[in-house]
Design a protein around this ligand. Sequence first.
Ligand code: IDP
Ligand code: MG
Length: 151
Amino acid sequence: MSKTERTYIMVKPDGVQRGLVGAIIARFEQRGFKLIALKLVQATTEHLELHYADLKGKPFFPGLIKYMASGPVVAMVWEGLDAVKTGRVMLGATNPLASAPGTIRGDYALAVGRNICHGSDAVDSAEKEIKLWFPEGLTQYSHSQENWIFE
Ligand code: IDP
Ligand code: MG
């Protein structure tokens, strides 16, 4: 766990279509995380198959890839203390019906196959996902609120 831990967060096509991009960004900003990268991308099937390589073979895999390619996604990198685990807590459980109210999925979604937002599940998968979605690299800047967010 470090102040500069990074996680890959992605608003899925349903989150974009439902106008939830701003609400999701606001939650990470307000929590104190630093925005490191952000872009709107129409991902290819090949790219999504790499992103979800661990799930290849699951019965829902073809539907998942089709869903994720059905419109643009918003790809983001957020940095801060325990960003990966905290990002997952903010997202809620994979199945929105099991996600606590107050979480992103628990507030905005109902179906596991339309759960509006992705978040890395471990530091090593975050590193892989950040490289996959941002091969161009990330922007460096200092965050003026840092001394108010951390001791
Ligand atoms: P996660 O997104 O919470 O990490 P994963 O198990 O990595 O969950 O699954 C990736 C995505 O695949 C989920 O967010 C969800 O959109 C989809 N998914 C997972 N399980 C199912 C299922 O049983 N039916 C349909 N889609 C599923
Ligand atoms: Mg996952």
